[in-house]
Design a protein around this ligand. Structure first.
Ligand SMILES: Cc1cc2nc3c(=O)[nH]c(=O)nc-3n(C[C@H](O)[C@H](O)[C@H](O)COP(=O)(O)OP(=O)(O)OC[C@H]3O[C@@H](n4cnc5c(N)ncnc54)[C@H](O)[C@@H]3O)c2cc1C
Length: 264
């Protein structure tokens, strides 16, 4: 079995999210990191490989992004991927979620994996959509928010988190599966793996290398446009109740909760 894991470089969680008003895009300058959800996807691939229910020949990390995104690939390799593919091309800048999914699918077509794993959401765009778009282009079944994967007779039996509980779904391979953070506890890379990551094979591909139609990517090829950006409404200041007389304080809190119908 060959597993491809989609990984994305995103602004570090500690960096305050800022929009660039001139381009209406996220300002991605500053400290960056591998999208945390993608570390769970790599760990899921590693657990399938180490689980022994199926032979995993290789785990390939795939990203689309600017030059700096190579660091996300190094991190993915230090966490267990055998090699990586970096799709990078100025023509891809400004791609929306449909264009991104199409471009990633073109790389995946060339790799022909049995299983594509990805995070359920990126920490920056938070579209939750790339998995479905990629699956559609590849004409593969798609499962989202998966928190358990068991390999059984060449098929996958997955549990997915839903609003009402859990779905248990059996899926035939090849398939595209996005995972939630409850699926596992990602391992820490060893120092040796971090040091060795830059020596693992990394293929850099241009849009033309994977047969991407230039009219379907980039800002011009995107079907969505950001029309306006508005800051979230300012939060009203909270009410602070000082505890001078406890009975009175409790009464005030109970009245506050009752007014808002928060007490059953
Ligand atoms: C109009 C518009 C313009 C945009 N312009 C830009 C831009 O100029 N530059 C820019 O960087 N972004 C841009 N974006 C955002 C960018 O398109 C999204 O980040 C991208 O479509 C993926 O969405 P997401 O990260 O929210 O995906 P989600 O669906 O939330 O991500 C789920 C998973 O998909 C995988 N994934 C997502 N993106 C990638 C990737 N690039 N490579 C590998 N795996 C990936 C990861 O595993 C991730 O966990 C734009 C979006 C819109 C709507």
């Amino acid at each position: 079995m060959k597993i491809c894991v989609l990984v994305k470089e995103v602004p570090d969680a500690a960096v305050e999210k800022r929009m660039d008003p001139s381009t209406k895009r996220l300002d991605r300058s500053g400290e960056k990191n591998l999208n945390p959800f993608d570390t769970h996807a790599i760990e899921a691939a590693m657990q399938i490989k180490e689980g022994g229910a199926v032979d995993v020949d290789e785990i390939v990390a795939v990203t689309m992004g600017p030059e700096s995104a190579v660091r996300a690939l190094h991190k993915a390799v230090s966490l267990g991927a055998d090699r990586s593919v970096h799709l990078t091309d100025p023509a891809l800048a400004g791609s929306d979620v449909c264009a991104t999914g199409y471009a990633l699918a073109q790389v995946l077509k060339a790799e022909s994996p049995d299983l594509v794993l990805l995070g359920q959401q990126s920490d920056d765009g938070e579209c939750y959509t790339v998995g479905a778009v990629v699956a559609d282009h590849l004409q593969m079944p798609s499962l989202t928010q998966v928190i358990k994967i068991d390999v059984q007779d060449g098929k996958l039996r997955c549990e997915r988190q839903a609003e009402y509980g859990y779905d248990t779904v059996e899926v035939e391979l090849p398939a595209v599966i996005s995972v939630g953070d409850a699926i596992n506890e990602p391992r820490y890379p060893s120092l040796k793996a971090i040091m060795g990551a830059k020596k693992k094979p990394l293929d850099t591909k241009s849009a033309a290398d994977v047969g991407i139609d230039p009219s379907r990517v980039g800002e011009q090829g995107s079907r969505t446009a950001v029309l306006a950006i508005n800051p979230p409404p300012a939060k009203e200041p909270g009410e602070i109740i000082e505890d001078e007389d406890t009975d009175e304080t409790v009464q005030k809190i109970v009245s506050w909760l009752e007014e808002r119908k928060l007490l059953a």
